[in-house]
Write a protein that binds this ligand. Structure first.
Ligand SMILES: [Cu+2]
Length: 286
Protein backbone atom coordinates (compact mmCIF):
# COMPACT_ATOMS: atom_id res chain seq x y z
CA UNK A 1 0.00 0.00 0.00
CA UNK A 2 1.53 3.38 -0.98
CA UNK A 3 2.13 5.68 1.98
CA UNK A 4 2.08 9.45 2.11
CA UNK A 5 5.85 9.71 2.51
CA UNK A 6 6.70 6.56 0.53
CA UNK A 7 4.53 6.77 -2.56
CA UNK A 8 6.30 4.19 -4.68
CA UNK A 9 7.06 1.11 -2.66
CA UNK A 10 8.92 -1.74 -4.39
CA UNK A 11 7.01 -4.26 -6.46
CA UNK A 12 5.34 -4.54 -9.83
CA UNK A 13 3.57 -1.39 -10.96
CA UNK A 14 0.80 -0.66 -13.39
CA UNK A 15 1.58 2.62 -15.16
CA UNK A 16 4.24 3.94 -12.82
CA UNK A 17 4.43 7.64 -13.75
CA UNK A 18 8.15 7.46 -14.42
CA UNK A 19 8.51 3.82 -15.39
CA UNK A 20 9.44 2.37 -18.76
CA UNK A 21 6.82 0.25 -20.47
CA UNK A 22 7.80 -3.37 -20.92
CA UNK A 23 10.12 -3.45 -17.89
CA UNK A 24 9.70 -6.46 -15.60
CA UNK A 25 8.53 -4.26 -12.72
CA UNK A 26 6.32 -1.89 -14.70
CA UNK A 27 3.44 -2.43 -17.05
CA UNK A 28 1.75 0.35 -18.97
CA UNK A 29 -1.93 0.87 -19.65
CA UNK A 30 -1.20 0.21 -23.33
CA UNK A 31 -0.04 -3.33 -22.45
CA UNK A 32 -3.41 -4.29 -20.97
CA UNK A 33 -5.77 -6.32 -23.15
CA UNK A 34 -9.34 -5.22 -23.61
CA UNK A 35 -12.22 -7.69 -23.87
CA UNK A 36 -13.50 -5.57 -26.73
CA UNK A 37 -11.43 -5.44 -29.89
CA UNK A 38 -11.47 -2.84 -32.67
CA UNK A 39 -8.85 -4.02 -35.14
CA UNK A 40 -9.98 -1.57 -37.83
CA UNK A 41 -9.44 1.40 -35.54
CA UNK A 42 -6.06 0.06 -34.40
CA UNK A 43 -4.68 -0.59 -37.87
CA UNK A 44 -6.38 2.09 -40.00
CA UNK A 45 -4.40 4.89 -41.55
CA UNK A 46 -5.75 7.81 -39.51
CA UNK A 47 -7.75 10.50 -41.35
CA UNK A 48 -6.33 13.10 -38.95
CA UNK A 49 -3.05 12.91 -37.06
CA UNK A 50 -1.95 15.58 -34.59
CA UNK A 51 1.35 15.88 -32.74
CA UNK A 52 0.64 17.79 -29.54
CA UNK A 53 3.51 18.99 -27.35
CA UNK A 54 2.37 20.33 -24.00
CA UNK A 55 4.33 22.79 -21.86
CA UNK A 56 4.33 24.82 -18.69
CA UNK A 57 6.24 27.99 -19.53
CA UNK A 58 7.70 30.38 -16.97
CA UNK A 59 6.65 33.83 -18.20
CA UNK A 60 8.04 37.14 -16.86
CA UNK A 61 5.61 39.26 -14.87
CA UNK A 62 6.19 42.16 -17.26
CA UNK A 63 4.50 40.07 -19.96
CA UNK A 64 1.64 38.89 -17.76
CA UNK A 65 0.69 42.20 -16.18
CA UNK A 66 1.18 44.59 -19.07
CA UNK A 67 -1.66 46.94 -19.88
CA UNK A 68 -4.40 45.88 -22.23
CA UNK A 69 -4.83 42.20 -21.47
CA UNK A 70 -6.24 39.70 -19.01
CA UNK A 71 -3.58 36.98 -19.25
CA UNK A 72 -4.15 33.76 -17.31
CA UNK A 73 -1.36 32.38 -15.14
CA UNK A 74 -0.57 30.45 -11.99
CA UNK A 75 1.93 31.52 -9.38
CA UNK A 76 3.57 28.51 -7.84
CA UNK A 77 6.43 30.31 -6.16
CA UNK A 78 7.34 33.93 -5.68
CA UNK A 79 9.29 34.38 -8.87
CA UNK A 80 7.82 31.68 -11.05
CA UNK A 81 4.76 32.61 -13.07
CA UNK A 82 3.51 29.70 -15.12
CA UNK A 83 1.43 29.61 -18.31
CA UNK A 84 0.32 26.30 -19.83
CA UNK A 85 0.26 25.57 -23.56
CA UNK A 86 -0.08 22.96 -26.29
CA UNK A 87 2.07 23.56 -29.38
CA UNK A 88 2.86 27.03 -28.03
CA UNK A 89 -0.85 27.97 -27.95
CA UNK A 90 -2.20 28.77 -24.50
CA UNK A 91 -5.86 27.83 -24.55
CA UNK A 92 -8.37 30.58 -23.83
CA UNK A 93 -12.04 29.67 -23.47
CA UNK A 94 -14.31 31.27 -26.06
CA UNK A 95 -16.60 33.95 -24.61
CA UNK A 96 -19.72 31.89 -25.48
CA UNK A 97 -20.52 28.15 -25.65
CA UNK A 98 -20.05 27.16 -29.32
CA UNK A 99 -22.43 24.18 -29.06
CA UNK A 100 -25.46 26.24 -28.00
CA UNK A 101 -24.55 29.50 -29.77
CA UNK A 102 -23.09 28.38 -33.11
CA UNK A 103 -24.36 31.62 -34.70
CA UNK A 104 -21.75 33.54 -32.63
CA UNK A 105 -18.95 31.46 -34.09
CA UNK A 106 -16.72 32.12 -37.05
CA UNK A 107 -13.52 30.39 -37.99
CA UNK A 108 -11.35 33.48 -37.41
CA UNK A 109 -11.99 33.17 -33.65
CA UNK A 110 -9.96 29.97 -33.49
CA UNK A 111 -6.27 29.24 -33.80
CA UNK A 112 -4.14 26.26 -34.67
CA UNK A 113 -0.40 25.68 -34.76
CA UNK A 114 -0.42 26.69 -38.44
CA UNK A 115 -3.06 29.42 -38.19
CA UNK A 116 -1.91 31.74 -35.47
CA UNK A 117 -3.58 35.10 -34.75
CA UNK A 118 -1.98 38.16 -36.34
CA UNK A 119 -0.91 39.50 -32.93
CA UNK A 120 1.16 36.36 -32.22
CA UNK A 121 4.44 36.77 -34.01
CA UNK A 122 6.80 33.94 -34.83
CA UNK A 123 6.48 30.81 -32.76
CA UNK A 124 6.09 32.64 -29.45
CA UNK A 125 3.64 31.56 -26.77
CA UNK A 126 0.20 32.75 -27.88
CA UNK A 127 -3.05 32.90 -25.89
CA UNK A 128 -5.97 31.97 -28.21
CA UNK A 129 -8.89 29.56 -28.68
CA UNK A 130 -7.00 26.49 -29.86
CA UNK A 131 -9.24 24.21 -31.94
CA UNK A 132 -8.66 20.96 -33.81
CA UNK A 133 -11.30 20.42 -36.48
CA UNK A 134 -11.99 16.82 -37.58
CA UNK A 135 -14.57 15.24 -39.84
CA UNK A 136 -17.51 13.41 -38.34
CA UNK A 137 -16.81 9.66 -38.60
CA UNK A 138 -13.07 10.04 -39.14
CA UNK A 139 -10.29 8.11 -37.39
CA UNK A 140 -8.15 10.49 -35.34
CA UNK A 141 -4.70 9.82 -33.88
CA UNK A 142 -3.15 12.06 -31.23
CA UNK A 143 0.52 11.85 -30.29
CA UNK A 144 0.83 13.61 -26.93
CA UNK A 145 4.35 14.60 -25.92
CA UNK A 146 5.39 16.00 -22.54
CA UNK A 147 7.82 18.89 -23.12
CA UNK A 148 7.50 20.38 -19.63
CA UNK A 149 10.51 21.36 -17.55
CA UNK A 150 9.83 19.32 -14.42
CA UNK A 151 11.47 16.09 -15.59
CA UNK A 152 10.48 13.15 -13.42
CA UNK A 153 8.44 15.22 -11.00
CA UNK A 154 5.04 15.52 -12.64
CA UNK A 155 3.00 13.39 -14.99
CA UNK A 156 0.06 14.96 -16.79
CA UNK A 157 -3.28 13.11 -17.07
CA UNK A 158 -4.88 14.03 -20.41
CA UNK A 159 -8.63 13.67 -20.74
CA UNK A 160 -10.85 13.75 -23.83
CA UNK A 161 -14.54 14.61 -23.55
CA UNK A 162 -17.26 12.94 -25.60
CA UNK A 163 -15.24 9.96 -26.87
CA UNK A 164 -13.24 6.97 -25.78
CA UNK A 165 -9.86 6.21 -27.28
CA UNK A 166 -7.54 3.24 -27.49
CA UNK A 167 -4.06 3.71 -26.04
CA UNK A 168 -1.82 2.18 -28.66
CA UNK A 169 1.52 3.28 -27.21
CA UNK A 170 2.86 4.91 -24.09
CA UNK A 171 6.32 5.39 -22.68
CA UNK A 172 9.55 7.31 -22.59
CA UNK A 173 12.47 7.50 -24.96
CA UNK A 174 14.38 4.21 -24.75
CA UNK A 175 17.66 6.13 -24.37
CA UNK A 176 16.33 7.84 -21.25
CA UNK A 177 16.49 11.29 -22.87
CA UNK A 178 13.55 13.67 -22.29
CA UNK A 179 11.38 13.43 -25.39
CA UNK A 180 10.80 16.39 -27.70
CA UNK A 181 8.18 16.78 -30.39
CA UNK A 182 10.81 16.64 -33.14
CA UNK A 183 12.17 13.34 -31.78
CA UNK A 184 8.61 12.01 -31.49
CA UNK A 185 7.91 12.89 -35.13
CA UNK A 186 11.07 11.14 -36.26
CA UNK A 187 10.32 8.04 -34.16
CA UNK A 188 6.72 7.92 -35.35
CA UNK A 189 7.83 8.06 -38.95
CA UNK A 190 10.03 5.04 -38.27
CA UNK A 191 7.15 3.49 -36.28
CA UNK A 192 9.44 3.13 -33.25
CA UNK A 193 6.95 4.84 -30.94
CA UNK A 194 4.80 1.74 -31.31
CA UNK A 195 7.62 -0.68 -30.62
CA UNK A 196 6.60 -1.42 -27.03
CA UNK A 197 3.08 -2.38 -27.87
CA UNK A 198 2.92 -3.59 -31.43
CA UNK A 199 1.96 -7.08 -30.27
CA UNK A 200 -1.10 -5.92 -28.37
CA UNK A 201 -4.07 -6.32 -30.71
CA UNK A 202 -6.54 -5.49 -27.92
CA UNK A 203 -5.43 -2.12 -26.54
CA UNK A 204 -7.66 -0.78 -23.78
CA UNK A 205 -10.36 1.88 -24.23
CA UNK A 206 -9.92 4.92 -22.00
CA UNK A 207 -10.94 8.57 -21.84
CA UNK A 208 -7.94 9.67 -19.75
CA UNK A 209 -4.31 8.72 -20.04
CA UNK A 210 -1.52 9.59 -17.67
CA UNK A 211 1.59 10.44 -19.66
CA UNK A 212 5.02 9.50 -18.26
CA UNK A 213 7.20 12.46 -17.38
CA UNK A 214 8.91 13.74 -20.57
CA UNK A 215 7.38 10.77 -22.36
CA UNK A 216 4.51 10.27 -24.76
CA UNK A 217 1.18 8.58 -25.43
CA UNK A 218 -0.38 7.63 -28.75
CA UNK A 219 -4.17 7.38 -28.73
CA UNK A 220 -6.77 6.75 -31.43
CA UNK A 221 -10.51 7.23 -31.61
CA UNK A 222 -13.43 7.37 -33.98
CA UNK A 223 -14.81 10.90 -34.10
CA UNK A 224 -18.40 9.72 -33.91
CA UNK A 225 -19.90 12.30 -31.58
CA UNK A 226 -20.47 15.64 -33.35
CA UNK A 227 -19.89 18.65 -31.12
CA UNK A 228 -17.24 20.70 -29.34
CA UNK A 229 -15.22 18.69 -26.84
CA UNK A 230 -12.47 19.67 -24.46
CA UNK A 231 -9.19 17.77 -24.51
CA UNK A 232 -7.03 18.86 -21.61
CA UNK A 233 -4.65 18.06 -18.80
CA UNK A 234 -6.82 17.10 -15.85
CA UNK A 235 -4.83 19.07 -13.30
CA UNK A 236 -7.57 21.68 -13.22
CA UNK A 237 -5.20 24.56 -12.78
CA UNK A 238 -3.20 23.41 -15.82
CA UNK A 239 -6.41 23.65 -17.86
CA UNK A 240 -7.20 27.06 -16.40
CA UNK A 241 -3.79 28.40 -17.42
CA UNK A 242 -4.00 27.06 -20.98
CA UNK A 243 -3.05 23.36 -21.19
CA UNK A 244 -6.02 22.29 -23.27
CA UNK A 245 -7.83 22.66 -26.57
CA UNK A 246 -11.22 22.21 -28.23
CA UNK A 247 -11.82 19.24 -30.49
CA UNK A 248 -14.55 20.12 -32.98
CA UNK A 249 -16.12 17.01 -34.49
CA UNK A 250 -18.13 17.71 -37.64
CA UNK A 251 -19.82 20.86 -38.87
CA UNK A 252 -22.32 22.71 -36.70
CA UNK A 253 -25.08 21.48 -39.05
CA UNK A 254 -24.30 17.91 -37.88
CA UNK A 255 -24.64 18.76 -34.18
CA UNK A 256 -27.68 18.71 -31.92
CA UNK A 257 -29.68 21.91 -32.16
CA UNK A 258 -30.13 24.27 -29.22
CA UNK A 259 -33.50 23.92 -27.45
CA UNK A 260 -35.84 26.86 -28.00
CA UNK A 261 -35.43 29.54 -25.34
CA UNK A 262 -32.12 28.09 -24.11
CA UNK A 263 -30.19 30.76 -22.14
CA UNK A 264 -27.27 32.39 -23.87
CA UNK A 265 -24.19 34.15 -22.58
CA UNK A 266 -21.29 36.25 -23.76
CA UNK A 267 -18.22 38.13 -22.70
CA UNK A 268 -18.72 40.02 -19.43
CA UNK A 269 -15.15 41.17 -18.95
CA UNK A 270 -15.23 44.95 -18.57
CA UNK A 271 -13.08 47.05 -20.86
CA UNK A 272 -9.93 48.09 -19.02
CA UNK A 273 -10.70 51.80 -19.25
CA UNK A 274 -14.25 51.17 -18.09
CA UNK A 275 -12.90 49.44 -14.98
CA UNK A 276 -10.50 52.29 -14.25
CA UNK A 277 -13.31 54.84 -14.64
CA UNK A 278 -15.53 52.83 -12.30
CA UNK A 279 -12.75 52.58 -9.72
CA UNK A 280 -12.04 56.31 -9.87
CA UNK A 281 -15.73 57.08 -9.43
CA UNK A 282 -16.06 54.68 -6.50
CA UNK A 283 -13.03 56.15 -4.73
CA UNK A 284 -14.38 59.66 -5.24
CA UNK A 285 -17.62 58.85 -3.44
CA UNK A 286 -16.09 56.89 -0.57
CU1 LIG B 1 -0.79 19.13 -16.63
Amino acid sequence: MPLYNETYVSGVFLNHPNGSCGASDNHCISELESLEQDETLRTATPDHQFFLAFHNFPVPNSEIFKNGNYYHFANLQNNLTIVGAINNLSFVFPSYPPLTQPEAMNDTQFCTELERPAHCRGNRLCPCVHRLLVRHGSVVELILVDETELVGRLHHPFHLHGHRFIVTALGRDSTGMPLTISTAKRLKVNNNLLAHNSNNTRPPFKDTVSIPSRGYAVVRFRAENPGFWLMHCHYEWHLSIGMGLILQVGNTSEMVTTPKGFPSCGNYLPELNELQAFRAKTLYFM
